[in-house]
Ligand binder design. Structure first.
Ligand SMILES: *[C@@H]1O[C@H](CO)[C@@H](O)[C@H](O)[C@H]1NC(C)=O
Ligand SMILES: *[C@@H]1O[C@H](CO)[C@@H](O)[C@H](O)[C@H]1NC(C)=O
Ligand SMILES: *[C@@H]1O[C@H](CO)[C@@H](O)[C@H](O)[C@H]1NC(C)=O
Ligand SMILES: *[C@@H]1O[C@H](CO)[C@@H](O)[C@H](O)[C@H]1NC(C)=O
Length: 493
């Protein structure tokens, strides 16, 4: 064989191997906003209900064999999205490698990605997709933009675009969340923490506007992607009195790059530290309602609701969230959310005893054990109750259906209906009778049923349609108090 052809063969092999190992986006991977802007659809326009699990450090802390086990469990429970951070959330970016010993960046420089680390990320993305699961990728955690004791800022206005472009090119089609757990106008996070301890914002805290860095990062992603980039940012829960409210659209509502909106209703079911305003995790529907009310419709999501097995407000003196808490995400979906994001405390951190330090935000148990928490199995039934309706993309939250007091916190009753009158649904977590106005239902006979959101089982019951206010009493035979009333017209589809 002449020398040159042997050479070109090896070049060919090299190109081939590089291509085969890096992520090749399938045409059906990207999702986008529905025509009315409210929900997600697939590339062929089919409704896509976002059923996410929080897998923050999956790239960093799991080996491929573990990813496989995790992925198979989540796929079996209907999850179709995983929230995962590319540059590590925990530890130090220049000292804490992944399980194979690879750091994400060389010299903490976001323009110098360390190839072996990202080859592993490619494999994880591919592995999830083999079970139809997409990744919502956070290029980095928030602390690399703000100063942080462990990780002095390394992403700034002069390198964010290059980093974004690289990520966008390598991972096109994955929804992106710029960073997590930070507010774009804060100064450094230690200064913010100090102020929390003092109980409010003090003279010493000056806001720093980091929005230029976020804009550059977003511009880079858009430049690098082949498809239309879906981008948002995952703010913290907390904000300061008089400061910008903690919603992606409150910070960046005027930016073209913000294509879906998020909040973090958080992990505390009471305002833990007045006078600092927080979202109350028992009222996750509130930020959803605010985002939904935007005059510029975008799909909206609560990206961080109560986690299963996480102590309330992360404090061991408090009880921890359980399946009854996470099913409350139904009230967010009925208030207009385009999906849900579930989280389990030991799974979001992929805690492995004797290998990692537990975050101590909940009772420490191996992630492999806590993937079996009951709430994780129940999330698919929230998706199902929406997707089982005719034209789920025409759904509109409508609290005017409920007559009288709809209650608050974990007693809040929510209603949603079809924009064309084909159905309406009411979710109650109370087991108590409620009264509704059914006049939005169109012509035709009505099939009435009680849907159990913990099992997906539907009990049909007789109901004679009549005008005016109607009172319904949920089944009393269940072991729990969460029920969805479904009224659906039958003859006019
Ligand atoms: C941005 O960070 C790089 C190091 O990653 C540094 O060399 C550069 O000076 C920084 N630019 C600004 C404007 O801070
Ligand atoms: C961050 O804020 C703390 C508390 O106000 C301050 O001591 C520290 O110097 C600040 N760090 C930087 C890098 O500005
Ligand atoms: C969840 O915890 C609350 C108390 O915090 C309790 O009342 C409820 O029964 C628990 N639900 C389940 C399913 O364990
Ligand atoms: C339904 O109940 C509300 C509140 O009690 C009342 O104002 C309204 O008139 C009732 N509607 C009908 C049609 O009875």
């Amino acid at each position: 064989m002449p020398f040159f052809s042997r050479l070109s063969l090896s070049i060919l092999t090299l190109i081939f191997t590089t291509k085969a190992s890096s992520w090749q986006m399938p045409a059906e991977y990207p999702i986008q906003a529905s025509p009315n802007g409210r929900h997600f659809v697939t590339s062929t326009g089919e409704p896509f209900f976002w059923q996410a699990d929080t897998a923050w450090v999956m790239f960093h802390r799991l080996k491929l064999t573990e990813v496989q086990k995790y992925r198979d469990d989540r796929a079996a429970k209907g999850f179709n999205m995983l929230l995962a951070v590319a540059v590590n959330q925990f530890g130090k970016v220049d000292q804490d490698p992944n399980r194979a010993g690879d750091l994400p960046l060389l010299n903490r420089d976001p323009t110098k990605p360390n190839e072996p680390y990202w080859t592993h990320v490619d494999e994880v993305v591919q592995m999830a997709w083999e079970r139809g699961i997409r990744i919502a990728m956070f290029p980095s955690w928030g602390n690399y933009i703000h100063d942080n004791v462990d990780n002095p800022k390394s992403i700034n206005a002069s390198n964010a675009r290059a980093f974004g472009t690289w990520i966008g090119k390598r991972y096109p089609g994955l929804p992106k969340m710029l960073v997590a757990d930070t507010n774009p106008y804060w100064t450094n996070k230690s200064a913010v923490s100090n102020n929390y301890k003092l109980g409010g914002r003090h003279e010493t805290l000056r806001y720093t506007d980091y929005s230029a860095v976020y804009d550059e990062l977003a511009a880079g992603l858009i430049e690098g992607e082949e498809s239309k980039a879906m981008i948002t940012i995952h703010c913290t829960n907390q904000w300061f009195e008089g400061g910008t409210i903690a919603l992606a659209s409150a910070f960046f509502g005027d930016r073209k790059w913000l294509t879906f909106d998020t909040s973090q209703s958080g992990h505390a079911s009471y305002p833990p530290n007045p006078p600092i305003p927080w979202w109350n995790a028992a009222r996750g529907y509130e930020p959803v309602e605010l985002m939904y009310a935007s005059t510029n419709p975008r799909p909206v999501l609560d990206n961080g609701a109560k986690y299963e097995n996480r102590y309330d407000n992360s404090k061991p003196v408090n009880p921890y969230g359980n399946a009854s808490d996470v099913v409350l995400m139904l009230s967010e979906v009925f208030s207009g959310a385009a999906g849900l994001t579930y989280g389990a405390d030991n799974v979001m951190q992929f805690y492995i005893p004797d290998l990692f330090e537990p975050a101590n935000s909940g009772p420490a148990r191996s992630w492999a054990e806590d993937i079996h928490l009951p709430g994780s199995s129940q999330m698919q039934y929230i998706k199902k109750v929406i997707l089982n309706r005719p034209s789920p993309l025409d759904r509109v939250p409508d609290q005017s259906i409920i007559v009288g007091d709809s209650g608050t916190d974990a007693k809040h009753v929510t209603a949603i209906r079809d924009g064309n009158g084909r159905w309406l649904m009411v979710y109650t977590p109370t087991r108590k009778a409620f009264t509704i106005d059914t006049s939005s239902l169109g012509e035709g006979s009505v099939e009435s049923s009680w849907y159990d959101p913990l099992t997906g089982i539907c009990q049909v019951f007789e109901w004679q349609r009549r005008l005016g206010n109607v009172t319904f009493t949920p089944p009393l035979n269940g072991m729990h108090s969460d029920w969805v009333l479904v009224l659906e017209t039958k003859n006019n589809a």
